[in-house]
Design a protein around this ligand. Structure first.
Ligand code: BMA
Length: 334
């Protein structure tokens, strides 16, 4: 299969401070192997994190199962994990569901909502639900048709409608390879979704040659919606990276700014990656190395932005940056 030219080594932007691993399997009081790609929100005076847990590694890419765990924090840095998983396949109860993963959290009008991906016998789908106030589970609002995932909700409505970013898998129409783009859609009620439009294409991101997709839910700033996305480049000469015999992809994170009144308009996109895999826990240790995948972003009152991301599909990490530096990356010409 022909892929785009190989990309050079990537490095994180100078505005990013990596704070290291904040959650891994040693912190989990139940069966756990890989703790990563979490959603994080500030909700009712504390931080809540719902994380992906792939457990029981059985060789290559096969795991015994997966669940979503939940943790709380007073400062967004030190976390205490609840004694039981937040969500299991049995509890979710979706027909034909084989895997639930990549949770994303958004607070809208004081309610906590979750988007998640799930694999079924008949395709990969995305779900939207509300999280019960006592964290006893999810009330499902909508389940997409295949193949679509990586959904994130905006924290506010635009012109009376909820807005979501998503990543359909357009295999046939894009040359039969995974050349996927980032899309936007709207809904009057979080249940019925429509008005889909392309927001950002893979060919518009210089550090992707394979696919892009949403990362964390967008954050409001004076200059626009600050929006993280993931970017993937593939290089078929890459061999063993992690626990599989071959892993040829590299995941980095980019950032863009969307118009506050019309989030379908991209104001600017960072020309270089914001976060690239470079630390040992991102490139050497873990299931799939050379992967950083952002799932949560919180803007603090002092202008600090906390970025939560999965590393090597194995650890949950934190990075911080100043909000103005992030905005400048999106609008600078370099
Ligand atoms: C994607 C998703 C992500 C994961 C990435 C790398 O397809 O499953 O959650 O981080 O692959 O394995």
């Amino acid at each position: 299969m022909n892929y785009e030219p190989m990309l050079p080594p990537l490095k994180s932007s100078g505005v990013i401070k990596k704070r290291g691993i904040i959650l891994s399997k040693k912190d989990i009081p139940y069966k756990a192997d890989c703790i990563f790609n979490a959603g994080v929100a500030k909700y009712k005076g504390r931080y809540v994190m719902i994380f992906r847990n792939d457990y029981g590694h059985r060789g290559s890419w096969v795991f015994e199962g997966c669940s979503l765990g939940i943790a709380f924090s007073d400062d967004g840095i030190s976390w205490s994990v609840e004694s039981e998983p937040f969500m299991t396949l049995e509890k979710l109860g979706i027909r034909e569901c084989k895997r639930i993963y990549d949770p994303r959290l958004t607070v809208i009008e004081d309610k906590l909502f979750i988007c998640f991906a799930f694999d079924t016998e008949h395709g990969i789908r995305g779900g939207v639900g509300s999280v019960r106030e006592d964290f006893s589970g999810i009330d499902i609002l909508s389940l997409s048709s295949p193949d679509n995932r990586n959904m994130v909700l905006f924290p506010e409505k635009t012109d009376g409608k909820y807005v979501r970013l998503e990543r359909p898998f357009t295999i046939y129409s894009r040359g039969g390879k995974d050349r996927f783009d980032l899309w936007i859609s709207k809904s009057p009620d979080l249940k019925y979704w429509g008005e889909e439009n392309l927001l950002l294409a893979v060919e518009n991101v210089p550090y992707a040659n394979d696919k892009i997709g949403p990362g964390a839910p967008p954050v409001r700033t004076d200059k626009g919606w600050l929006t993280l996305f993931h970017a993937v480049d593939i290089d078929n000469t890459r061999g063993k990276h992690g626990w599989e015999d071959k892993w040829t992809k590299r995941y980095s994170a980019g950032i863009m700014l969307l118009d506050l009144r019309n989030p379908e308009r991209v104001i600017g996109v960072s020309k270089l990656p914001l976060i690239a895999p470079e630390e040992e826990y991102e490139t050497e240790e873990g299931f799939r190395t050379n992967v950083v995948f952002p799932g949560g972003m919180i803007l603090e009152d002092n202008g600090e932005v906390k970025i939560y991301y999965g590393a090597s599909d194995t650890f949950e990490c934190l990075a911080t940056a100043d909000v103005n530096d992030l905005i400048n990356l999106c609008i600078s010409e370099k």
